[in-house]
Each structure stands twice: as C-alpha cells, then as structure tokens.
Design a protein around this ligand. Structure first.
Ligand SMILES: [Zn+2]
Length: 164
C-alpha cells in the first residue's frame, strides 16, 4: 500500500515538473510571438495582424506595420489575418473594414506626451500612426468612426494603397 502511494506521489511529481516546463516553454514562445516584426512593439491582442512575408507567417502590431513592410523592404507582403478591434476575433482581410486616423491608437499609449524638458514632443514619423483598426463589417466600423473619428475604408482598398 505504501509502495503504491509512493508510485502515485512520484507520478504526480513528474506531472507537476512537466507542467512547469510546458508553462515556461509556452511563456517564452508566446513572448517572442507577440512582438511586432516591423517595430518590435508588443502586439496588442485586439490589433494583431498576421502576414506572410518571404513565405513565413509573421505577427505585426497593426495592419499599417504589416503593409509598410512592402515599402520598407520591397518584399511582397500578404496580410492573411486581422483582428476585430471590438470582439478580438480573427478576421479574414478580404471582408474586413478598417478605421484609419481615429483618436484611438493603442500603439502610442505607452509614450509620454511631453519630453524631458516638459515641452510637447514634436510629432515625427511613426509607422503605427495614424492608427488603423480593423472591424468585421462596415456597420461596426462606421459606428466606431462616429464616436472616435477617422475614415472607414475597405481593407482591400486600404492595402492597395501600400502596394504602389
Ligand atoms: Zn508594429
């Protein structure tokens, strides 16, 4: 009986160790998967964008970052997944809409609004600005733009602007 107990105890111990190892692996793995390939900022879950670049899937913090890879590198970029800003569900780019230039830009919220000398920072080029948020249909995009400003554009039309 005691032998049986110790067998169970070691079995449980192995499970715990395996579980810890898996958790660590997942943590490390997710961390590297969750930074933007273009700007290295953390990928916000409600804005995650997946594109194929050089035949490989890459994560981006926003559609603008993914599409600007084409301009930066001249390589063909195909956006294959967008994330609905409201519901955080994965969207097919072909049927999605984006709101550009609204007053919501999660990529910039960590930045101080003023510089070290307390003067407002000059606005400079930032590929995440103006912000680009994805929506599953025109109706929700228009409703969002009604509250936060910005222009509603079909994603496919938005993407072609970057392919020039
Ligand atoms: Zn980015």
């Amino acid at each position: 009986m005691t032998q049986r107990k110790s067998v169970i105890a070691s079995f449980v111990a192995i499970l715990v160790i395996a579980g810890l190892g898996y958790a660590t692996w997942r943590f490390v793995n997710e961390k590297s998967a969750q930074s933007c390939r273009a700007c290295a900022r953390p990928v916000h879950s409600h804005m995650k964008t997946v594109a194929i670049l050089d035949g490989q899937r890459a994560n981006y913090c926003c559609p603008a970052c993914a599409l600007s890879e084409h301009q930066q590198s001249g390589k063909q970029v195909q956006v294959v997944e967008l994330t609905d800003y409201l519901s955080n569900t994965t969207l097919k780019p072909d049927s999605s809409f984006v709101v550009r230039n609204s007053d919501v830009n999660p990529c910039l919220q960590h930045r101080p609004a003023v510089g070290e000398d307390s003067q407002p920072l000059e606005s400079r080029f930032d590929r995440c600005s103006p912000s680009v948020l994805a929506f599953q249909d025109r109706k929700s995009a228009v409703a969002f733009a009604g509250e936060h400003g910005g222009q509603v554009v079909k994603f496919t039309d938005f993407a072609t602007q970057y392919q020039r």
